[in-house]
Design a protein around this ligand. Sequence first.
Ligand SMILES: Nc1ncnc2c1ncn2[C@@H]1O[C@H](COP(=O)(O)OP(=O)(O)OP(=O)(O)O)[C@@H](O)[C@H]1O
Ligand SMILES: [Mg+2]
Length: 340
Amino acid sequence: MNSSQRRHPVLEVLDLKVGFPQSTAVHGITFAIEHGKTMALVGESGCGKSLTAFSILRLLPPTAAILGGQVVFDGQDLATVSARELRRIRGKGISIILQEPMTSLNPVLTIGTQICEIIRRHEGLSRAKAKARALELLDLVGIAEPQRRFDQFPHHFSGGMRQRVMIAIAVACNPQLLIADEPTTALDVTIQAQVMELLNTLRRQLSMAMLLITHDLGAVAQWADRVAVMYAGRIVEQADVAEFFSDPKHPYSQGLLASSVGEDAHYTERRLTEIKGSIASAAGATGCAFAPRCPKVAAACHRAPPALEVIGGGIIRGGWSVACCQLHATEGHHDAVAVG
Ligand SMILES: Nc1ncnc2c1ncn2[C@@H]1O[C@H](COP(=O)(O)OP(=O)(O)OP(=O)(O)O)[C@@H](O)[C@H]1O
Ligand SMILES: [Mg+2]
């Protein structure tokens, strides 16, 4: 890669809209991921994280469609490139790993066959060379006795080991970007940390960027460089991780953070879950989708969804941006809100 390419982000998502025949789920989101960096996408269940991730490689469920916007990777818009070009990019340019590795692995093929398949498809290696590379990959992702494991089937592997196999497949062709959609949610807590550690080590060794989708703000603090907080299909705050954790600006971010550190768990219980179904009902609302649950809500919040406004900061491209009508009105009141 030359230096002029380096100046561009590895991925730019511009005003992406995703929806179903009856509804729009992602309402125009914009973010960029820099080469070699980890960007976390957080937000509660149903806010549109997976649809965003799947849109990047056009792996959406059959009823969903990209309704607008661009996904720029390597100078091309993945939202409109040919299916053939997209197949070339999947696995080689961008890989994805999902929460439940059993649904991604084929139960009737040995894991060796499955790793070799992607290597041979993208790299055109001979059977013997592909096997040698697959064994290297198994070793790289921390699977002992790769020779023996190569000929085993997915059901011979524990959940954590299956996720390691998925990671081996995902990194087999040295992608520039790895999308990890809740990669550890299905695993035991002790295994979760090991798998995140592995992902981060590989990211560094292979100079990959990562889009990490997670509910876990602890993981964001530990592993990510940038964070985007989604609420009801929109990004409500985007910042460098250090800035975000020192002083989150959006009332929803403040609520998430207060609940994650434990001191204020009641904040989330009371504020964020007492109004059930508000993410779904927010779809038809005219104003800010978070208004019905927001402790700082004011009349202006019901007029129109607030745009993301750059408020400064940001060592990495993209700065610090927040979508809140009350941003200027509420500066400095964060402590009062955090304690409920
Ligand atoms: N196949 C589908 N048909 C109809 N609506 C869907 C479908 N898949 C997702 N949705 C809706 O789209 C919205 C976003 O879903 P998405 O899966 O992206 O959420 P998410 O943020 O990944 O949630 P989670 O944290 O639970 O994985 C949700 O409101 C969901 O109900
Ligand atoms: Mg999801």
